[in-house]
Write a protein that binds this ligand. Structure first.
Ligand SMILES: Nc1ncnc2c1ncn2[C@@H]1O[C@H](COP(=O)(O)OP(=O)(O)OP(=O)(O)O)[C@@H](O)[C@H]1O
Ligand SMILES: [Mg+2]
Length: 351
């Protein structure tokens, strides 16, 4: 995957739309999705500033990045829902703009926002989207049964789609995306707000589809989920891909443990070995030896001002911190903590 990282960096973002020869090139390199030099602005806001990204057939890539990083914009352009200002999207070697009908049939999308017709039933939604994806009647019925069982939405099929709960809608979005076993599956925060069981179902389906050879690009804020899935990662920040690789490789390359001290009020003056940063009322000390750093630093803290001490181990969150200089925002960290608790086997299952 280090190879992939290199490729992303080397891409000059000025690749031209593929001709026949270009298509062969893509086919040979095994990329199901190839995005290069993608730009998109909304008025003054530059949402994408030259995004280069490849996802191979059979590969799962988690798309990470803070709110507003451009994830939904990227996914929407790939799916043909929005138009880029510049750059190229190729799916299975086909230029997405010129061959949009063929490309669309290869893609399954579970959008972050509403992706269903609210006034008709779930079953009707599945039928409509399945037909759009080109499935024949008999196959469509069979697939609806399969995805309904896999995502446990059998009992929801005859309910009005617009009246489902948030988590139930997520499952329906995912079901629609998976119906035609797309060669490229795009999930935009498919697991956000879903209960633990649903997240498990969705991730299992993602794994299965990838094992059958589909490429998967999924955005998420649950870092622990990405670690559990062991997928590759692309970090999008301010409209650019700033890192791409396997979780393990990125952790090895970028992450150092960080000792974080939080204070009631201002961070007091404390001397330490280099690299300390202050954000708000938190002091962060990157260190290869957290215990030694604590021994060095804690005696310098005036009494009564320290509110918490945390050691951030080299994990995906530390990679994120090292690359962006920020931690995931509070809401995201809640999600990550919940995951960590689940993995320790404590019961936090949402009712
Ligand atoms: N339709 C739009 N009109 C104007 N600005 C937009 C529109 N859609 C997105 N933006 C802006 O573009 C930037 C990227 O937004 P985008 O939705 O792609 O981010 P995101 O990474 O998906 O964020 P989140 O994690 O919150 O879903 C943001 O600054 C956002 O406010
Ligand atoms: Mg989004």
């Amino acid at each position: 995957m280090a190879h992939d990282m290199q490729r992303v960096r080397e891409s000059d973002g000025r690749m031209l739309a593929s001709s026949g020869a270009g298509s062969t090139e893509v086919g040979r390199s095994g990329a199901m999705l190839r995005v290069s030099g993608l730009r998109k602005s909304y008025g003054e806001i530059e949402a994408l500033r030259g995004v280069d990204l490849e996802v191979a057939a059979g590969e799962i890539v988690a798309l990470l990045g803070p709110n507003g990083a451009g994830k939904t914009t990227l996914v929407s352009i790939v799916a043909g829902l929005r138009r880029a200002d510049a750059g190229v999207v190729e799916v299975d070697g086909l230029d997405a703009r010129r061959r949009s009908a063929e490309v669309r049939r290869r893609i399954g999308l579970a959008p972050q926002d509403t992706g269903i017709y609210p006034v008709v039933s779930v079953r009707r939604n599945l039928l409509l989207f399945g037909e759009l994806a080109g499935l024949g009647r008999a196959e469509l019925r069979r697939r609806i049964d399969e995805v309904a069982e896999a995502l446990d939405i059998g009992e929801l099929l005859d309910r009005q789609a617009g009246k489902l709960s948030g988590g139930q809608k997520r499952r329906v979005h995912t079901a629609i995306a998976l119906l035609h076993r797309p060669a490229l599956l795009l999930l935009d925060e498919a697991t956000t707000g879903a209960d633990v069981e649903t997240r498990g179902h969705i991730l299992e389906l993602v794994r299965q589809l990838a094992a059958e050879g589909s490429a998967v690009l999924y955005s998420t804020h649950y870092l622990a989920e990405v670690e559990a899935l062991g997928s590759a990662v692309a970090i999008l920040d301010h409209g650019q891909v700033i890192a791409r690789g396997d979780v393990g490789d990125l952790i090895g390359a970028h992450a150092v443990p960080v000792v974080e001290l939080a204070f009631d009020g201002e961070v007091p003056a404390i001397s330490s070995h280099g690299g300390a940063t202050v954000e708000g009322n938190r002091l962060r000390l990157p260190t290869r030896d957290p215990a030694a750093t604590l021994v060095e630093v804690v005696p310098q803290v005036p009494p009564g001002v320290l509110s918490s001490v945390e050691i951030i181990r080299p994990n995906l969150e530390a990679v994120y911190l090292a690359l962006t200089g920020r931690r995931y925002d509070e809401a995201d960290r809640e999600g990550a903590r919940e995951e960590a608790t689940e993995r320790k086997g404590r019961s936090v299952v949402a009712k």
